[in-house]
Design a protein around this ligand. Structure first.
Ligand SMILES: [Ca+2]
Ligand SMILES: [Ca+2]
Ligand SMILES: [Ca+2]
Ligand SMILES: [Ca+2]
Length: 453
């Protein structure tokens, strides 16, 4: 927010008639940059609510890892994490993070997925009274999740609520846009490496959690990274594609309401051959189908490295009413804000359905008399908020007609519409007074919306 007590608009005095003083500008910017605070960590996405924790796979994401350890208090203690097993998990989890990040590596830096692997409790397993692998995975998970969550200070009766609250605390602490928790259950001794309900990995669309097992049924620990990558897809609203999941080609999911055209069932549930037979959500091959990519938000229709969800232009409003033509002062005061794209996700039970963006307002620039665009500093000392006050003062403008174009720029480099003004600086009284027939005729404003930039 802008500090209204101190006007910190960018002020300089033109010394040449038509050329801005470059050296002076440079000095002004160095001073400005030196006084700026360090770039802030990301905030929660603009427009998001508490339960919007992984609306799309773009931006910074805290992947909280919790190793679950049975302590024998209620169930017989069967599984015990060893240092070697934990080391294996670190390797596999690192591969999952690298894989998901690689999917957005060609995007604008401020649009890429950036995963922080957050080993909860320093990676030391957290205890439960139960032996998770000797119980049904889905129906018993609230018991052992709540044991772990209680240790972490979250004591709601609902384990989903606890995990969601934990995720929010972690993303605020770590400064990430999004968060989800991965519970890792040990199954090294278990004979078939499955829970008693035959699940070995499961998750909830849009989070807040993923449950995985060390050996993943028949996939083995070496392919844990693929299993976790698949489950992470669900957290970002990707649908299953394999036949036994029941998912159909006509199902839809994700912020962009992507269809499920690589599913092995057609619209009436009959088996069909998918166009991509090896895919992340089909057989945990590390390659998403084009349909999965849309569901998780990885589509860039105009191929400009800005994915569609973030490829929006910012709002920009303001006024030059405080300008003083007699004194040669152009003064602009306004505001800029991000403009989230509509959220088309049909799974509104899994999230708020709100419009959300991770874009921020990252700059403002002016063009005086067509001489070229020059950046000016943020009114509050630092760009990077979802909305910014926009203040610009140009002092010492010479006598005559000036054109001043203004625009702001968001974090993926998209400019707002240009706001254009004219200012006729009046001569000193008695020198050339005839040029200007009253202030109203000298100070004119014209706004050009949707002008190409
Ligand atoms: Ca144990
Ligand atoms: Ca078993
Ligand atoms: Ca684009
Ligand atoms: Ca700011």
């Amino acid at each position: 927010m802008r500090d209204n007590r101190i006007k910190r608009g960018f002020i300089y005095r033109l010394t040449n008639r038509y050329a801005p003083p470059k050296a002076m500008l440079a000095v002004a910017f160095l001073v400005s940059l030196a006084s700026c605070p360090a770039p802030a960590a990301a905030e929660r996405p603009f427009g998001s609510l508490d339960r919007d924790q992984s609306a799309y796979a773009l931006g910074s994401f805290a992947m909280n890892i919790i190793f679950v350890e049975s302590n024998g208090v209620v169930d017989t203690n069967q599984e015990n994490w060893t240092p070697e097993q934990l080391t294996n998990m670190h390797v596999e989890i690192g591969q999952t993070a690298a894989y998901w990040e690689s999917l957005t590596a060609a995007y604008h830096p401020n649009a890429q997925l950036d995963i922080t692997v957050n080993y909860v409790n320093g990676g030391v397993p957290l205890e439960t009274r139960y032996e998770p692998i000797n119980r049904p995975g889905v129906s018993s998970s609230p018991l052992w999740m709540n044991d772990v969550m209680d240790t972490l200070g979250y004591s709601n009766a609902n384990s989903n609520t606890n995990t969601r609250d934990f995720n929010n605390a972690q993303r605020d602490l770590l400064g990430t846009h999004w968060a989800a928790t991965v519970y890792v259950v040990n199954d090294a001794v278990d004979s078939n490496h499955k829970f008693t309900d035959n699940y070995f990995a499961f998750s909830i669309y849009g989070g807040p959690y993923v449950v995985t097992t060390y050996n993943n049924n028949g996939w083995g620990v070496d392919r844990y990274d693929r299993v976790l990558s698949h489950e992470l897809g669900h957290v970002f609203f990707a649908l299953d594609e394999y036949y036994s999941s029941g998912s159909r080609t006509t199902d839809r999911s994700g912020y962009l309401n992507g269809s499920n055209g690589n599913a092995e069932r057609n619209g009436v549930g009959a088996r069909v051959t998918p166009p991509q037979p090896d895919a992340l959500m089909l057989n945990i091959t590390l390659d998403p189908s084009e349909f999965t990519s849309v569901q998780v938000g990885h589509v860039d229709t105009d191929n400009d490295t800005i994915p569609d969800i973030l490829d929006t232009i910012p709002n920009f409003f303001g006024s030059d009413a405080a300008s003083d033509a007699d004194a040669g002062i152009f003064s602009f005061s306004g505001s800029g804000s991000v403009r989230p794209k509509a959220n088309l996700n049909p799974k509104v039970w899994a999230e708020s359905g709100a419009r959300m963006t991770i874009n921020t307002i990252d700059g403002g620039s002016y063009n005086l008399d067509g001489l070229g665009w020059i950046d000016f500093p943020a009114a509050d000392g630092a760009w990077g908020d979802y909305s910014e006050s926009i203040e610009l003062d140009l002092l010492g403008l010479d006598v005559g007609l000036h054109t001043i174009d203004l625009r702001i720029t968001n974090s993926v480099g998209n400019h707002s519409a240009v706001d254009s003004y004219e200012l006729f600086v009046t001569p000193e009284p008695g020198t050339l007074g005839i040029v200007c027939l009253g202030l109203l005729g000298c100070l004119r404003r014209r706004r050009k919306t949707n002008r190409p930039t």
